[in-house]
Design a protein around this ligand. Structure first.
Ligand code: TLP
Length: 345
């Protein structure tokens, strides 16, 4: 269902409106001062996340960016390097936070779909001899946003993480859309989480909550994470009102399947009309990418025509339009996109 004003907003799954159930849970949430550890709704949410992910403890954060930054701050020293794929969110879209906040640099592996092979990880971990920086962290992103929500297979993560652990590295998973990865692959989120030391996911993306993310790991890691969250200004007070909506979203997580179905329909319809621009087989979760190179017209013309019909899209990187599906878009909105496309062809 599109928004009340008729807009079909495909820019991101971050744009969803809280459901009536979320609003009701927020209104009636039991709260306390979370800086004192006294917010029962937050405490219950953190315990539930730790249980679902098979980790010792978890910490609610205001954003996915802060959850990622905390993972870096708690597990690196200034001057260290973090290994990630070149188009990782943490390297490209977090406002330079890793270097500004914690003085680390990235050693990027050219994994187009978020996949890093064992040999690439071995080569990227330069070590600390001869003045080389210390490599301290291996960073997965699953699903991988910029490649269109692709899933990094569990065996790839297991093999890469094992090598990293053998080399003394710590391993983190940016699982902003972890539940999409789990639903699309049939792998339990806890199995993805089992091969990493720290893991984060967002309530405010595919799950559809208005605000919030969470980071999980050992009790010691979460103690350090709590300290860094406060330092970054992210220690919140009666934040159970947000955790209550996040809890509803979490318990309804299986509905991300619906978004994947919507994305598949959109990808199929667009690929039929724009076969050079859209690879329907790549739409495995809740995103569809349209490559300007394969379009018969400039991407901006396509986006403007869509916008004129109330359909919003965004560039996820230069020349690549992203359509992201979520709770507030449906098949009728897909039909609108295809209808506009037909008028241009
Ligand atoms: N992604 C946003 C934009 O920043 C690009 C989006 O619309 O997809 N990790 C990944 C993989 C993400 O995609 C995002 C947000 C984050 C972390 C950061 O989460 P927030 O926005 O809550 O700070």
């Amino acid at each position: 269902m599109s928004f009340a004003d008729g807009t079909a907003d495909f820019r991101s799954d971050t744009v969803t409106q809280p459901t009536e159930k979320m609003r009701a849970a927020m209104a009636s949430a039991l709260v306390g001062d979370d800086v004192y550890g006294e917010d029962p709704t937050v405490n219950a949410l953190e315990e539930r996340v730790a249980e679902l992910l098979g980790k010792e403890a978890a910490l609610f954060t205001p954003s996915g960016t802060m959850a990622n930054q905390i993972a870096i701050g708690a597990q690196t020293q200034p001057g260290d390097e973090v290994i990630c794929v070149e188009r990782a969110h943490v390297r490209n879209y977090e406002h330079g936070g890793a270097s500004a906040n914690f003085g680390v640099a990235f050693r990027a592996v050219p994994g187009r779909t978020g996949v890093m092979r064992v040999d690439e990880i071995r080569t990227a971990a330069v070590g600390s001899e001869y003045g080389l920086p210390r490599t301290s962290l291996l960073w997965w992103e699953n699903t991988h946003n910029v490649s269109g929500g692709t899933v990094v297979p569990l065996d790839v993560m297991q093999a890469g993480s094992a090598v990293a652990h053998d080399m003394g590295l710590v391993v983190h998973l940016d699982g902003a859309r972890l539940w999409n990865a789990a639903a699309a692959s049939g792998v339990e989120a806890a199995d993805f989480a089992a091969c990493v030391d720290s893991v984060m996911f967002c309530f405010s993306k595919g799950l559809g909550a208005p605000v919030g993310s969470v980071v999980a790991g050992t009790v010691d890691f979460i103690a350090a994470a709590r300290d860094i969250r406060a330092r970054l200004g992210g220690a919140m007070r009666q934040v159970g009102v947000l955790a209550a909506a996040a809890r509803v979203a979490l318990e309804e997580r299986e509905r991300v399947f619906e978004d994947h179905e919507t994305a598949k329909q959109l990808a199929k319809g667009l690929a039929t009309r724009l076969p050079e621009a859209v690879d329907a087989s790549a739409a495995v979760t809740n995103m569809v990418l349209v490559n300007e190179n394969g379009l018969p017209w400039p991407a901006a013309k396509f986006m403007e025509a869509l916008a004129a019909d109330g359909v919003l899209t965004t560039f996820i990187e230069p020349g690549v339009i992203r359509f992201c599906t979520h709770r507030n878009v449906d098949q009728a909105d897909v039909d609108r996109v295809l209808g506009v496309t037909d008028t241009l062809l």
